[in-house]
Design a protein around this ligand. Structure first.
Ligand SMILES: [Zn+2]
Length: 216
């Protein structure tokens, strides 16, 4: 029988009737290393079991924080309709598009018709449109983030009625995702969101692999 020792705590790795101290699965080792910034090549049950579980929850909270950070950065990402904002030095990443479909609802439909007749603005309709617009823009920002961008230029918003009874309205927005290189200089400083995106994806991948068979 081979006599291995744990690379982390130097305990002997044994697997017999009297004593059991196995090596942790490599995915568990990856989780521990990722969560603690360590580079150990392996852990045993003795030193690794508890470490694995605390690392797992740390990893989960790291992911939550990264996602939160991403969402916040996204919300404040500038979107402009012009193509060359003064002073921006940017690199074009590509086209981004997003859609949002909103049902106007039968009651707002009726009140809208009355408002139309009276020549007033339909308030319920306006706020619905505003909500749909915001959803659309949030999706556009997300697309741009995924591409590694920190701003969108050349925004165009279009509205279309869908369905025969004016029941649905579709909002489409298109723009060009860019990465503004002098963002700090022009006061649009945003942390590198694409780095966070990559980090979050990597950690989520790790969780995906190890969660189904947490640990023996
Ligand atoms: Zn050990």
């Amino acid at each position: 029988m081979s006599q291995d020792i744990c690379p982390n705590c130097n305990s002997p790795i044994k697997n017999n009737v009297f004593s059991t101290n196995k090596k942790l699965l490599s995915t568990a080792v990856d989780v521990i290393n990722a969560a603690n910034g360590t580079k150990s090549s392996g852990y045993c049950n003795k030193c690794g079991d508890e470490l694995f579980h605390t690392s797992l929850s740390k990893l989960r909270s790291d992911i939550r924080k990264l996602r939160h950070h991403l969402a916040n950065s996204e919300q404040s990402m500038p979107i402009v309709t012009i193509h060359n904002p003064l002073g921006w030095e940017y690199e074009v990443l590509g086209l981004v598009t997003a859609q949002s479909v909103t049902g106007t609802g039968i009651f707002s439909e009726v009140s809208m018709s009355v408002s139309d007749l009276l020549g007033k603005e339909s308030e319920s309709m306006s706020s619905k449109m505003k909500d749909a617009e915001n959803i659309c823009l949030a999706r556009l920002r997300h697309e741009a983030t995924v591409m590694g961008g920190n701003a969108v230029v050349g925004l165009s918003l279009t509205y279309a009625e869908m369905g025969s009874l004016r029941g649905m309205i579709m909002i489409c927005c298109t723009g060009t995702a860019v990465i503004v290189k002098n963002a700090a200089h022009i006061g649009y400083y945003k942390q590198a969101t694409s780095d966070s995106e990559t980090a979050a994806k990597k950690l989520e991948q790790l969780l995906l692999i190890c969660e189904p068979h947490e640990l023996d």
